[in-house]
Design a binder for this molecule. Structure first.
Ligand code: GAL
Length: 466
């Protein structure tokens, strides 16, 4: 075999019926085919109604200002006091991180993470230029001038009264440790409820589900744990149904609790608690889909995975259908929402009250499979983004009339004094290609990117407020 043949051989091969194809033609066809597949999946997934082709949800001019990337340059203060050379030898200097500063009650940066009462958001007195502004992390007062107590909460929009209701953990009691190694806790007081027409001015509607003071065997006995209450309305039964995480002080019961009411402002009757599908259930949420089917999503198997399953028609129980999702990913604090037929979810890692990195996930069907996209946080600084702005997801509020725009609700926990935990509300925008799955998406859906933008101060567009 001559030299020419020797080099030619690998670049040609026999196709059907013995015809010879050039390798480059095959390569180019393959490239063309993959490009076609890629464009097809891009368009088919994000295509507008009636076949109209649309790139990722174009950003509404009204929300452009919310998408501005705001940097925040927090400097770690130098260590206080001089260390003796002996002390320095015994214990080498540890570099302080912003998380250490955040968790240190005596940090010089305390006022940055937990600003004092003077800077509180006070809708009754902040009218005029300051009205409708959210200041993530500041104390937020209700219409009576008291700090809002609705931690680990969620929002129900009540069509009947055209009112928003914010339910959450009412934690206005002393923080203590049930035992040395136990997590910081506040006795159950109950579920707080606040009402609002504008998502900024909140009227205290009282405790709509109260703790049990005397009966120690009751799930709601004050020595237990009631976290992350969420309420949805059942159109068939006309009842407001509340689901919550119910536990003992050691978090070994790992159950859900269900309560029911005829009115969004309660009182809610506690029905029972159980381990859904027989599995452990800790951090959880519920999600009502457009077709009226509602789902329970909970951290299970030692928080190593999430489970999702539909509720019964009356929303008072789970059915037998359940799927394991994000298996082995150790996620909690799930917050679900939907945009243009795609389901999205924000979760946190599992580090107790300490903040950690959020992740966004997406799915074509609410029952999965769910794909993890990456960290949705934008702006602030790297530490802000790696700690979800020093907060943990709890709920995502859809904004009627602003498709693709949502409010991300998170808790900035204060484990030294849990009642003083703060709310971090920020704009969450769906749009633009996600970075990760794009590269491998041969025929699979391309998810839009989820972005949560840091702002020291922001408000919803005036059109929405009106
Ligand atoms: C977090 C969880 C909170 C609460 C806390 C207790 O991981 O998201 O809801 O349970 O742990 O340490």
């Amino acid at each position: 075999m001559g030299m020419r043949d020797k080099y030619r051989k690998p670049t040609t091969f026999r196709c059907n019926a013995g015809s010879r194809c050039s390798m480059s033609a095959v390569v180019w066809s393959l490239v063309g085919f993959l490009l076609f597949l890629h464009l097809y999946s891009l368009f088919s997934h994000n295509g507008g109604k009636d076949g109209e082709i649309q790139f990722h949800s174009s950003h509404h001019p009204l929300i452009r200002e919310l998408e501005q990337v705001e940097e925040d340059n927090i400097q770690i203060p130098p260590p206080r006091g001089k260390r003796s050379p002996r002390a320095a030898k015994r214990r080498p200097k540890r570099t302080t991180t912003l998380i250490d500063e955040f968790l240190d009650e005596n940090s010089q940066l305390r006022h940055v993470f937990f600003p004092g009462m003077k800077s509180a958001i006070d809708p009754m007195n902040d009218a005029g230029n300051n009205s409708f502004y959210y200041y993530p992390g500041r104390i937020w007062l209700d219409t009576e001038g008291n700090p809002i107590q609705a931690h680990g909460g969620g929002i129900l929009y009540d069509e009947m009264s055209k009112t928003y209701y914010w339910y959450g953990e009412y934690k206005d009691g002393p923080t203590y440790h049930a035992h040395k190694k136990g997590a910081a806790r506040v006795d159950i007081i109950g579920v707080g409820c606040y009402s609002s027409k504008d998502l900024w001015t909140w009227k205290n509607e009282g405790i709509v589900l109260a703790a049990e003071e005397t009966n120690e065997t009751h799930a709601l006995h004050k020595s237990n744990v009631l976290e992350r209450p969420k309420v949805i309305y059942n159109d068939r039964t006309g009842k407001y149904v509340m689901w919550m995480h119910i536990d003992d002080a050691n978090y070994t019961k790992a159950a859900v609790g269900i309560a029911i009411s005829d009115s969004p402002t309660g009182p809610f009757d506690y029905l029972y608690s159980k381990r859904p599908h027989g599995f452990e259930s800790r951090d959880m949420t519920i999600f009502k889909d457009d077709d009226g089917v509602a789902y329970l999503i909970y951290s299970s198997e030692d928080n190593s995975e999430l489970h999702i399953g539909p509720l019964t028609e009356d929303y008072l129980d789970v059915t037998h259908v359940v799927r394991r999702i994000l298996v082995g990913q150790h996620r909690e604090a799930p917050a679900l929402f939907k945009h243009q037929g795609t389901y999205y979810m924000i979760t946190s890692g599992c580090t107790g009250w300490a903040p950690n990195e959020a992740l966004a996930h997406a799915a074509e069907s609410v029952m999965g499979p769910w794909e993890t996209m990456g960290n949705p946080c934008i702006g602030g600084n790297k530490m802000f983004r790696l700690t979800t702005f020093f907060a943990q997801s709890t709920f995502v509020i859809p904004l009627e009339g602003l498709p693709g725009s949502f409010i991300f609700m998170a808790d900035r926990w204060n484990p030294a004094d849990l009642r003083d935990s703060r709310y971090v509300w920020l704009p969450l925008i769906v749009g633009g290609p996600a970075d990760r799955p794009l590269e491998f998406n041969f025929g699979f859906p391309v998810w839009s990117r989820i972005s949560i933008y840091w702002h020291k101060k922001w408000r919803l567009p005036s059109v929405w407020r009106a």
